[in-house]
Design a binder for this molecule. Structure first.
Ligand SMILES: [Zn+2]
Ligand SMILES: [Zn+2]
Length: 257
């Protein structure tokens, strides 16, 4: 069933495949907004940034463009796959462990690549015309995940396609990674802290990013460039010295500049 659907994206006309991946991107966008709203209501008493107020037309416009450009990146990926530049593991010819390892490789490789890309995006020469748009919003909300400069959308998309060219993963591993990526993105911008209060004392999990971690980056551009894990920021000395304190007080005072 899964393999038939994926294979039809390769064998049908590219236009038909493009419509399917566009619909998938719109569905992911809708899911992120609905799940974000659910988290906001459930954890409303653990707000970490002030309420951002009403959504502006500019935010809606940028988010809409971002969803369409994400679909365009997906179509480019499809075209590269149909041309054999991106290859997948032969369908079903692997174990569950291989699928999980594929998802882990994509997760760690993308996290490191995005850390480097994000630090470059903060170089003064690049920041002004590529990344400052996202930083116009110091109090993130679920929609902010998609409020990006179009150049940045293409930059992240190019990184993702490069990783897929370099590593032949299973389709299941890719889908698991994409689901995890969406969850991390929405948690990072939800504006409340859903992680349990003892999160930072749990082995291994304490190195996984939280809503507070990325919210801090929106008010302090000099720290917390990672997305999924804290390890790169720890390794390169860019983890906010306030992280533990801000996480601990996510129960009362919201973060401000
Ligand atoms: Zn952000
Ligand atoms: Zn940034």
């Amino acid at each position: 069933m899964l393999y038939d659907s994926i294979e039809s994206l390769r064998t049908n006309g590219l236009w038909l495949a493009a419509i399917w991946v566009t619909l998938a991107n719109v569905a992911m966008f809708a899911f992120a907004l609905v799940a974000g709203e659910v988290l906001l209501r459930r954890f409303g008493d653990r707000r970490i940034t002030p309420d951002p107020g009403p959504i502006t037309g500019k935010e809606r416009g940028l988010a809409g463009v971002c969803v369409l450009l994400n679909a365009l990146v997906a179509v480019a990926g499809l075209a590269l796959w149909r041309e054999g530049v991106i290859s997948l593991r032969p369908y079903g010819d692997y174990s569950t462990l291989t699928i999980l390892l594929d998802a882990l490789v994509l997760f760690v490789a993308m996290d490191f690549a995005m850390y480097v890309f994000h630090r470059v995006a903060h170089h003064p020469l690049v920041f002004r015309f590529a990344h400052s748009t996202h930083h116009d919003y110091e109090s993130p909300r679920p929609l902010t995940l998609f409020v990006l400069n179009p150049m940045e959308v293409f930059g992240f998309g190019a990184l993702w396609l490069l990783v897929l060219v370099a590593y032949s993963a299973s389709i299941e591993g890719i889908l698991i990674y994409l689901a995890i990526n969406l969850v991390f993105g929405l948690v990072a911008h939800v504006g409340v802290e859903p992680a349990p209060e003892k999160w930072l004392s749990i082995p291994i999990l304490r190195y996984v990013s939280t809503s507070t971690f990325h919210a801090e980056h929106h008010v302090d551009r000099f720290h917390n460039y990672g997305f999924y894990l804290l390890i790169w920021d720890r390794l390169f000395g860019t983890l906010s010295p306030q992280y533990a304190a801000d996480f601990a007080r996510s129960t009362d005072a919201p973060l401000t500049t």
